[in-house]
Design a protein around this ligand. Structure first.
Ligand code: ADP
Length: 327
């Protein structure tokens, strides 16, 4: 592959923010500048790209951000980017700035847009997976997932104290509209009696059986974990179903956006640093239209066309394990 003598790149964060995005920006900026590549930061994802909201980034611009959640470049959603005319403007704006390639840090939607921008405009783009949902096909881990998981786990540990002290049943609702990674992992790590994930139908009877098995063993409190699915607050419906079917009164705790913020874990900072570095190196090697992802502990390039429109599924092994350990 031909080495590229790229001189100026842009970096942006897009879609849902995820802890560790700042560490990724820092790594992109410092890797690039060390290789004598200028960096422009784009604010608010594709919306900022269309509106020309950019800023030059220096080594010092990214000082003291590795430990901060959120993103200094802000993030956003931009419905206009679904139109090819908008993507043509984005390409034009980037070229006008003298930018030769774009590093897009975001999730599946962001990569969709990046893929189209790259294809239609012939503009080099590299994706860095950043989403707490961990649902991007082609990478075993995404930036922000580990932090969100640990935040949810800490919450469950705290709720368990109250559940045990008051002999209560709790349903803890975690994030994940289409993806059950946070729910299943936190369910296993937090010893939940049952986990409801969007990938499979909620099995209320199974949950009731798990609670009853616990009661027979003398257990007086239980925790169920539910991913929010398509409706935030669906745990209230689950609680009502459990009350009607078995007479158990469940308290509901919806964790919500606290899972998105906070200082990234060491694991997320390291992942973000590795992927940010790899994104710049990939551009220097002339790669484009790819995401840098993790496979078997190694950073690998994965073509956008092989990761967008595909769904990474929660492994059946973890679903079975969560069920088995609740016995
Ligand atoms: P995430 O990147 O976290 O999955 P979104 O799904 O909200 O977040 O996508 C972020 C942005 O990417 C959207 O606001 C839109 O600007 C762009 N995008 C998403 N899907 C597409 C698509 N099919 N075509 C073009 N742009 C898209």
């Amino acid at each position: 592959m031909a080495e590229s003598t790229i001189r100026k790149i842009a970096v942006m964060t897009s879609g849902g923010d995820a802890p560790g995005m700042n560490a990724a920006i820092r790594s992109v900026v410092r890797t690039a500048i060390t290789s004598k590549i200028e960096v422009v930061g784009v604010y608010q994802g594709y919306a900022g790209l269309l509106a020309g909201k950019t800023t030059p980034l220096q080594m010092s611009s990214v000082a003291n951000i590795i430990q901060r959640g959120g993103t200094i470049l802000k993030s956003g959603r931009c419905p206009e980017f679904h139109k090819s005319e908008a993507r043509a403007i984005a390409g034009q704006n980037l070229r006008q700035l003298g930018v030769e390639a774009l590093v897009a840090i975001g999730g599946d939607g962001t990569f969709h847009g990046a893929h189209l921008l790259s294809q239609e405009q012939g503009f080099p783009v590299i994706g860095v997976p950043g989403t707490i949902d961990n649902d991007i096909f082609g990478t075993e881990e995404t930036i922000g997932f580990d932090t969100a998981l640990n935040t949810a786990l800490e919450a469950i540990d705290r709720i368990r104290d109250t559940a045990a002290s008051h002999d209560r049943l709790f349903i803890v609702e975690v994030m994940g509209r289409d993806s059950g990674f946070i729910a299943i992992d936190v369910g296993v790590a937090g010893g939940a009696e049952e986990v409801f994930i969007p990938e499979t139908l909620a099995n209320v009877d199974q949950a009731i059986q798990a609670i009853q098995r616990g009661v027979q063993r003398g257990k007086t409190s239980s925790i169920l974990v539910a991913a929010e699915g398509q409706k935030v607050g669906r745990s209230y419906d689950l609680a009502e179903q459990i009350r009607r079917k078995a007479g158990y009164e469940a308290k509901v705790c919806v964790l919500g956006h606290i899972q998105r913020g906070g200082p990234p874990t060491a694991r997320d900072r390291i992942l973000a640093s590795r992927l940010g570095f790899a994104a710049v190196r990939a551009l220097q090697q002339g790669l484009t239209n790819v995401m840098v992802g993790m496979q078997a502990g190694q950073v690998v390039p994965v073509l956008f066309k092989d990761c967008v429109n595909k769904k990474r599924r929660v492994p059946q092994e973890l679903i079975d394990l969560a069920h088995l350990l609740s016995h």
